[in-house]
Design a protein around this ligand. Structure first.
Ligand code: BGC
Length: 355
């Protein structure tokens, strides 16, 4: 007779093997399913990265369930795609003519609170597109704090609407020697380049404010004169060769004329010398039209130690002979202090004395 308990343990073993096989089968199926899910999501990711232009279509086709499963992926990819786009030119944020007036004083705290997106040194760049140019704003300066406040108050919002990648450099002449505007501009050019790879330089007097934000503070294919219709001159150019007030030059244009003269002490003539340099190198001046180029000057008394320079007529007559030896290639100065504010970088310099 067969042993019935022997039959039972044989059956039990067969059942255990069947259960084990079922378990292995289910595990393999689950693993395989998870693996295909992974592959599907990486495929989607690669496709989105490779063809940003198709993102919009693809994103709209992605179901809500998919978006919920991969929220991080969807936002990262669309941000990356946006960051790649250059800002449109002209900027869509421009508003045109502006009301500019100086009757109510402004405080630096007010300007700081109205410009929260600036970073230390008066730096800004748009976050949702690539700025067309990296521009250093250079302001020659001495004892004009009230004017500087108005400049910062009006210009920061304008420059942000113009979607520039910019920084503001106030170049402060130390001591009591006669003012040397053009040398301060050379110093601003040099010091700004030590900080960032600027490709364009705007040289602005501290008391001039544009009356239209379509007057973009950037560089053009020719050196640009930006302050073309000043209230002080009845909203007209005082003469055709006038290049004073606010101008801009690319690095190449600036270097082509060996920068600016270092030897004009006191008021006047240095801007005419710069014009002579440009024309002697075959460049012409580009300008906005008289409407867009309107600007206001803050009225003030002439500063001490900025009397008209009696030597200016003689110097202007010899620009072609002097420009190769007097310029950015012969610039010497000492930095005394560098101060970083949210609204500007102020660099105090010793410019020396007239020879
Ligand atoms: C001076 C310039 C000045 C212009 C307008 C000229 O006589 O040489 O430096 O910008 O007048 O005031």
């Amino acid at each position: 007779m067969r042993d019935p308990s022997g039959n039972f343990s044989f059956l039990q073993r067969i059942c255990s093997v069947v259960v084990l096989l079922c378990f292995v089968h289910i595990s393999v199926t689950v693993l395989y399913y998870l693996r295909t899910l992974d592959l599907r999501s990486s495929f989607l990711q690669i496709q989105q990265i490779n063809s940003p232009t198709q993102n919009v279509l693809k994103e709209s086709a992605v179901t809500q369930a998919n978006l919920e499963r991969q929220p991080a992926l969807a936002t990262n990819v669309s941000r990356e795609a946006e960051a790649l786009k250059p800002c449109p030119d002209p900027s869509p944020l421009l508003v045109g003519p502006l009301r500019i007036e100086f009757s109510n004083p402004v405080s630096l705290d007010l300007v700081r609170s109205e410009n929260p997106r600036l970073s230390s040194g008066g730096r800004y760049k748009p976050t949702d597109c690539i700025a067309l140019q990296k521009v250093a704003m250079i302001i020659p300066f001495r004892n004009r704090d009230e004017h500087l406040k108005f400049w910062l108050y009006y210009l920061h919002p304008i420059l942000q609407r113009q979607q520039l990648d910019y920084g503001v450099y106030v170049i402060n002449q130390a001591g009591e020697e006669r003012f040397n505007r053009a040398k301060l501009l050379n110093i601003g050019y040099t010091e700004a380049l030590k900080e960032y790879d600027y490709e364009c330089f705007v040289f602005s007097d501290v008391d001039l404010i544009p009356m239209d934000d379509r007057n973009t503070y950037k560089c053009y294919s020719q050196p640009r004169h930006l302050s073309v219709s000043m209230d002080k001159f009845g909203f007209k150019l005082p003469y055709n060769q006038y290049f004073g007030g606010v101008s801009s030059m690319s690095k190449q244009q600036f270097l082509k004329i060996n920068g600016f003269p270092n030897d004009y002490w006191g008021w006047g003539g240095e801007d005419d010398d710069i014009f002579n340099r440009l024309s002697s190198r075959g460049m012409s001046i580009s300008r906005p039209n008289g409407q867009i180029g309107k600007c206001r000057m803050i009225r003030h008394e002439r500063d001490k130690q900025n009397e008209p320079n009696p030597q200016r007529f003689d110097r202007i007559a010899h620009t072609r002979e002097t420009m190769n030896r007097d310029g950015i290639n012969s610039l010497s100065y000492k930095v005394i202090k560098v101060e970083k504010d949210q609204l500007f970088t102020k660099i105090t310099v010793d410019v020396g004395k007239p020879r």
